[in-house]
Design a protein around this ligand. Structure first.
Ligand code: PMV
Length: 351
C-alpha cells in the first residue's frame, strides 16, 4: 500500500500558513506474538519482534486539519475534547510530524473510534495508525507504508502493525548502531500466510478503562520481572515457529504458538513487582471454555492483551460455534466475530 497524495506543500520554509487537511481510517490488530517491553522509550523500540492480525472490526477514522491561527493542538475523541495524557500524547506525536515537515502550524484532530477505549482491545493501535496517515498527508509528508509504520510506532508501538492488513510482523530491529539506524530498522510489513481462513472471536468481558496503562505495565515488567528476559528469548523462537506455521497454513500450530506466547507474556507481568494482573475471573471462565472446545475437537486458542478480554483464534468455519460456546460461558458479555481486516488508508484530502 502506498499513501501517495498531492497535498500542496505547506507555505514557506517554516510551514506557517499551511492549510492541509486529510482523513484516514485504520483498524486495530491483535498480536499473536506479543510486543511487551521497550528497549528505548523515546523511539518506542521494542525488545522483541511481534506478529499480529489486523481486524475487520472497530475502525478508527481520524481527520487532521491544520489551523494556522491556533496556538496549540486540539483533539476530540468521539466528539469529546481530549485532555490530560491523551492530549499530551497526540500533541507529542503531531510535534514529531511537524519537525519532519518543517512546520510550526498547529492542528485540529477529530477521531471517531468504534473500539471500547482502554479495554485492551488496542484502540491505541488503530488510533495512532489513522493519526499517522492523516497527519502525514495534512502536513505534506510523502511517506510510503513502511515509513508510516515507523511513524505510527512513535505514537504507540502496536500502531506500527495496523498500517498493513492481514498478518503483519513488526521488526524489533538491531540492538546496536545509532539512534537513526535503530529507528530505520524497526518497522512493520505484511507476512505471507498460505490458505488460512481465520476468525478471532472477541469476548469483551470488561469494556472499562484499565487500571494500569500498558506503558507503565511494560516498564515495570522490564525493570522488575525475573521472567521478562526468558520470555523475550522464547518469544523470538515463537516468532520463527509462527512464521513457519503461517507459511504452511497450519492454523492449529498458529493457535498453539499464539496461546503459549500470550500466557507467557502474562506470566512476566504476574512476576513483576508489584504484580500486574489484567486477567479476571471472567477471563479464566473463557479460557476454560476454550480448553473444553479443544477437547470437543474444535481448534480454538486464546490470546489476551493489556486487559481481561479474550480473543479466540479459530477457523472461520468454526467461528459461530466458538462464539456460541463463549456466549454461553459469559452470557452477560459482548462476544463478536472478527476476520482479517485491511491496512490503514487515506480516505481523502482537503476533506
Ligand atoms: O498498544 P501499545 O503499543 O501500548 O502496546 C500494547 C501491547 C499489547 O497489546 C499487550 C501486545 C501487542 O503486541 O499488541
Amino acid at each position: 500500500m502506498r499513501t501517495e497524495h498531492s497535498t500542496a506543500p505547506v507555505a514557506g520554509p517554516s510551514g506557517q500558513g499551511a492549510t492541509g487537511s486529510a482523513t484516514a481510517v485504520a483498524h486495530p490488530n491483535i498480536a499473536l506474538i506479543k510486543y511487551w517491553g521497550k528497549r528505548d522509550q523515546r523511539l518506542v523500540l521494542p525488545w522483541t519482534s511481534s506478529l499480529s492480525m489486523t481486524l475487520d472490526l472497530f475502525a478508527t477514522t481520524t481527520r487532521v486539519r491544520l489551523d494556522p491561527g491556533a496556538g496549540h493542538d486540539t483533539a476530540a475523541l468521539n466528539g469529546v475534547p481530549a485532555t490530560g495524557e491523551t492530549l499530551r500524547r497526540i500533541t507529542a506525536f503531531l510535534q514529531l510530524v511537524r519537525e519532519t515537515a518543517g512546520s510550526g502550524v498547529r492542528a485540529v484532530v477529530d477521531t471517531e473510534n468504534t473500539v471500547p477505549t482502554g479495554a485492551g482491545l488496542a484502540s491505541s493501535a488503530s488510533g495512532f495508525a489513522a493519526l499517522a496517515v492523516a497527519a502525514a498527508a495534512a502536513y505534506g509528508l510523502d511517506l510510503d507504508a513502511t515509513a508510516l509504520s515507523r511513524l505510527a510506532r512513535r505514537g504507540s508501538g502496536s500502531a506500527s502493525r495496523s498500517l498493513f492488513g492481514g498478518f503483519v510482523v513488526w521488526h524489533a530491529g538491531a540492538e546496536t548502531g545509532t539512534a537513526a539506524e535503530a529507528d530505520l530498522g524497526s518497522y512493520a510489513e505484511p507476512v505471507p500466510a498460505a490458505g488460512i481462513d481465520p476468525a478471532l472471536v472477541v469476548a469483551v468481558v470488561d469494556a472499562g478503562p484499565k487500571e494500569v496503562s500498558s506503558r507503565e505495565a511494560m516498564r515495570r515488567t522490564v525493570d522488575t520481572s525475573p521472567l521478562f528476559r526468558p520470555w523475550a528469548a522464547s518469544s523470538e523462537d515463537d516468532l520463527a515457529d509462527m512464521r513457519a506455521a503461517l507459511r504452511r497454513g497450519d492454523i492449529d500450530a498458529v493457535g498453539e504458538i499464539a496461546e503459549r506466547n500470550a500466557l507467557g507474556m502474562h506470566a512476566t507481568m504476574l512476576a513483576a513487582r508489584p504484580a500486574v494482573r489484567y486477567l479476571s475471573s471472567a477471563t479464566v471462565t473463557v479460557l476454560d471454555r476454550v480448553l473444553q472446545l479443544r477437547r470437543e475437537g474444535i481448534a480454538a486458542y486464546s490470546t489476551m492483551d493489556a486487559g481481561p478480554n479474550v480473543k479466540v483464534l479459530c477457523r472461520r468455519a468454526d467461528a459461530e460455534r466458538v462464539a456460541g460456546a463463549v456466549r454461553d460461558a459469559v452470557p452477560d458479555d459482548t462476544v463478536l466475530v472478527a476476520g482479517p481486516g485491511p491496512g490503514a488508508r487515506l480516505l481523502g484530502e482537503g476533506t
